[in-house]
Design a protein around this ligand. Sequence first.
Ligand code: SF4
Ligand code: SF4
Length: 119
Amino acid sequence: MSDLLNPCMTCGACCAYFRVSFYWAEADDGAGAVPVELTEPLGLLMRNMRGTNDRQPHCIALQGDVGGCVSCGIYQQRPSPCREFSMSGENGEVNEACDRARARYGLPALFHPSLPEMT
Ligand code: SF4
Ligand code: SF4
């Protein structure tokens, strides 16, 4: 899909809905790339993106307003949960978590798998 048509670029809901947590060494004071100053400790071995463990989660790296023109300020350095999170409909599969995050911001679900026809 062309980036111009990618619904994520006018969404960002998942970056402002979930706690984004990962093994501490994904940060750049370990072996990883995530800027450590954008993270917070979460227990002994984990970290989360700063802002995502708040009562109203909002990742510090999210640029723009949810539902508008958005981008990730650390796209090339984002942690594994962000890399692994798929847009609903990607590869023909529903991602209920994507739909749930979008619904929180009044955005419609992206993918409606075809239902069997009544005969
Ligand atoms: S909630 Fe879904 S559509 Fe929105 S940015 Fe995340 S993956 Fe993309
Ligand atoms: S690091 Fe980027 S992709 Fe991950 S939650 Fe934050 S803004 Fe979203």
